[in-house]
Write a protein that binds this ligand. Structure first.
Ligand SMILES: *Cc1c(COP(=O)(O)O)cnc(C)c1O
Length: 375
């Protein structure tokens, strides 16, 4: 049996090696390293794939979130509502810009924003909501957009884990993760569902003025060279990464299917174990299984992880510490117990290997050993 990994980037590369190698060579031949044609090509391909009017590449997903918030002209002290159960970037950029993160808890089934708590978190200083489409399924965007409209708030989607996931609205329209809010953000970190071979990210918007502003902020606040209309950052999608992404985008639907197939295998074989809960997908969204995350209903996660590790099966905990309980975020003054669902889940979640190259032999081996470890 092939060695089991959380993510198998080498196995995936082998199958597209000649295409990727050619694409990289082409960028080197044309020397269009910075904002070359490879970047423009990928941006327009991603726009048609997602149905987004505008796509602007940038250096990584964290920058995408920061640039999005900068483009909305928020003032220090303005409040941004998000969740404490996410990768740190979501909240880090809010703090970096001197804004105030305000948390609402998540739903225990889907790990996404509990929209029923949104209204009570809104104050006069609230300017934006940042829902996170965690693990590959979308937050309840229809409700979030409704509330945002009612209170005149921006919505910045953190779609770093959910590229390719869709939401079906009650009027029947279907929209992709990242393209529903004022601005959407994604990451091409290697292990993401559409990952490059280094860092990369992108922003989505349907608003031309905002798209121009985003582009300007990402290039030193400049639309015309050496004229700086605002304070910006230097955050570009590397041309070699863009060329790789153009190749991989053609396979994204197949990759998503591979994730779903692995998830279906896990679901089928793990659903009968009463000591754990398999992932639940909300009815309005599809799931691209960036992570396959279980809830262990017994307090022996460390032991289960250790037993699996001894069999050569890696697992991971996303995320062991809720954002508000991290040392660097204690000054937000959210005491332990502030977000009981998040805090409970942080001690229960366990993510299994999930990638495009998992075969049935590996999946069976993982399931068998996990069921043994749970006994
Ligand atoms: C990966 C990720 C980010 C950050 O993306 P980078 O490209 O690593 O900067 C932000 N938010 C979430 C939810 C992520 O998973």
């Amino acid at each position: 049996m092939e060695v089991i990994q959380m993510v198998d980037l080498q196995g995936q590369y082998k199958k597209i090696k000649s295409e990727v190698d050619d694409a990289i060579q082409r960028v080197i031949n044309e020397a269009g390293f910075i904002n070359g044609p490879a970047v423009a090509n990928f941006q327009s391909e991603l726009a048609s794939f997602t149905g987004s009017k505008f796509v602007v590449g940038c250096a990584n997903g964290t920058d995408a979130l920061q640039i999005a918030l900068m483009a909305l002209d928020l003032k220090p002290g303005d409040e941004v509502i998000t969740v404490p159960f996410t990768f740190i970037s979501t909240v880090e950029v809010i703090r970096l810009l001197g804004l105030k993160p305000v948390f609402v808890d998540i739903i225990p089934d889907t790990f996404n924003m509990d929209v029923s708590q949104l209204k009570s978190a809104i104050t006069e200083r609230t300017k934006a909501i940042v829902p996170v489409h965690l693990f590959g399924q979308c937050a309840d965007m229809e409700s979030i957009l409704q509330i945002a409209q009612q209170y005149n708030l921006y919505v910045v989607e953190d779609a770093c884990q959910a590229i390719g996931a869709t939401v079906t609205f009650s009027d029947g329209t279907v929209r992709q993760a990242g393209t529903m809010g004022t601005i959407g953000c994604t990451s091409f970190f290697p292990s993401k569902n559409l990952g490059c071979y280094g860092d990369g990210g992108a922003l989505f918007t349907q608003d031309e003025t905002l798209a121009k502003k985003i582009k300007m902020i990402a290039s030193h606040g400049s639309a015309v060279k050496y004229h700086h209309d605002c304070v910006g950052v230097n955050s570009r999608l590397d041309a070699i990464q863009a060329a790789i992404l153009s190749v991989k985008l053609k396979y994204l639907n197949a990759y998503t299917e591979a994730h779903r197939k692995a998830a279906a295998f896990y679901n089928h074989h793990l659903s009968r174990c009463s000591a754990l809960e398999i992932p639940v997908t909300a009815p309005f969204t599809t799931h691209v299984y960036h992570q396959y995350t279980l809830k262990l209903l017994q307090p022996k996660r460390d032991q289960v992880q250790m037993e699996l590790k001894s069999q050569g099966i890696p697992t991971a905990v996303y995320y062991p510490v809720p954002v508000h309980l991290n040392m660097g975020y204690r000054d937000l003054d959210y005491a332990e117990g502030s977000f009981p669902v998040t805090e409970t889940l942080a001690s229960q979640v366990l993510s299994l290997p999930m990638h495009t190259e998992l075969n049935e032999e590996q999946l069976s081996f993982i399931v068998e050993n996990l069921l043994n470890a749970m006994e």
